[in-house]
Ligand binder design. Structure first.
Ligand code: NAP
Length: 290
């Protein structure tokens, strides 16, 4: 079994980005600049945004955190978004999800200028990705594909099962794995909460990508010998033995499947760090495109 070390690969990607940023600066270019919009004080969102901002520093980007009150009106949030769209010092920005319930997430995401949409959530970018055109690919699916690529895992003609059909993980991942590209070219089945008998699909899969948010969902008796398992799940489970009072658990029952798989991502240290690295990569792309 080979551990797909997202932490190690993401550090490597960050080093590559750092060199490119240095080259831009050495040639008198402007430093790439990522902004993050955070509404409210959700614990997990604060952690994610904090780590994105810290990563910017690490690669030599400028970063701006726009932390807004959780009671901000939709109109005022839209005007903050418009300011970012108009600010030519900002190459790309993200709106950290979830947004508070009184705000229409879809409406906000539609306001993001696709040229600055480094999360790749705008339908303009999503559509281009689906047609295998150059675009901003959502960071988590992009991270999964990059990890598969860096470990040179063969995906062509393989049976891939993606569990979960969210717009930010499952569905884009299923598209990328089926695209005419490398990695890609696999035969993809996308399963979800309305799929009867999920094990009948996963047992035949060469590659399983699990993104549903149910700790330890995928068990050893649901997979075949030698399969590749990618665990996207991140759930905080209460754990009093930990300093933070919780631990992070994935969607895969790692202990039970580890002896059966050929490759597997750990949680934490697998897809999570890759997500941040790919967000940085998208920001660099936005800077170069500008
Ligand atoms: P989501 O929007 O809640 O989507 C979950 C998907 O799983 C839905 O399509 C849902 O089906 C499906 N599902 C739920 N219960 C199921 C079941 N019993 N059997 C089969 N399918 C089921 O979640 P998400 O945003 O995609 O995130 C999934 C997980 O990945 C979460 O743990 C999240 O924290 C994590 N995540 C990690 C990263 C990272 O960087 N590592 C990034 C993003 C998300 P329906 O469509 O039918 O409801």
């Amino acid at each position: 079994m080979v551990l797909l070390d997202g932490k190690f690969i993401s550090e490597k990607i960050k080093e590559e980005i750092k060199i490119e940023v240095q080259n831009i600066k050495n040639n008198g270019g402007r430093t790439p600049h990522l902004a993050a919009v955070l509404v409210g004080n959700d614990g997990a969102s604060l952690t994610y945004v904090g780590s994105k901002v810290r990563s910017c520093k690490k690669v030599g980007f400028e970063s701006t955190l726009i932390h807004l009150d959780e009671n901000i009106s939709e109109d005022n949030l839209i005007s903050e978004i418009n300011k970012l769209n108009d600010n030519d010092q900002i190459d790309g920005y993200i709106v950290q999800l979830p947004l508070p319930k009184h705000i229409n997430e879809e409406k906000i995401l539609m306001m993001v200028n696709p040229k600055k949409d480094v999360d790749g959530f705008h339908p303009f970018n999503f559509g281009k990705m689906a047609q295998n055109m150059d675009s901003f690919i959502p960071a988590t699916p992009h991270g999964i594909i990059e990890l598969i690529d860096r470990y040179d895992i063969d995906t062509e003609g393989k049976n891939t099962v993606v569990i979960g059909r969210s717009n930010i993980v499952g569905r884009p991942t299923s598209i990328l794995m089926s695209n005419k590209s490398k990695p890609g070219n696999s035969t993809v089945t996308l399963v979800h909460s309305r799929t009867p008998d999920i094990p009948s699909f996963t047992k035949k899969a060469d590659i399983i990508i699990v993104a549903l948010g149910i700790p330890n969902f995928l068990k050893s008796d649901m997979i075949k010998q030698g399969s590749v398992v990618i665990d996207v799940g991140i759930t905080r489970v209460q754990d009093k033995t930990k300093k933070k009072g919780y631990r992070i658990v994935g969607d895969v029952d790692f202990e039970s499947v580890k002896t059966k798989v050929s490759y597997i991502t750990p949680v934490p240290g697998g897809v999570g760090p890759m997500t941040i690295a790919m967000l940085l990569k998208n920001t660099l792309k936005a800077r170069i495109n500008n």
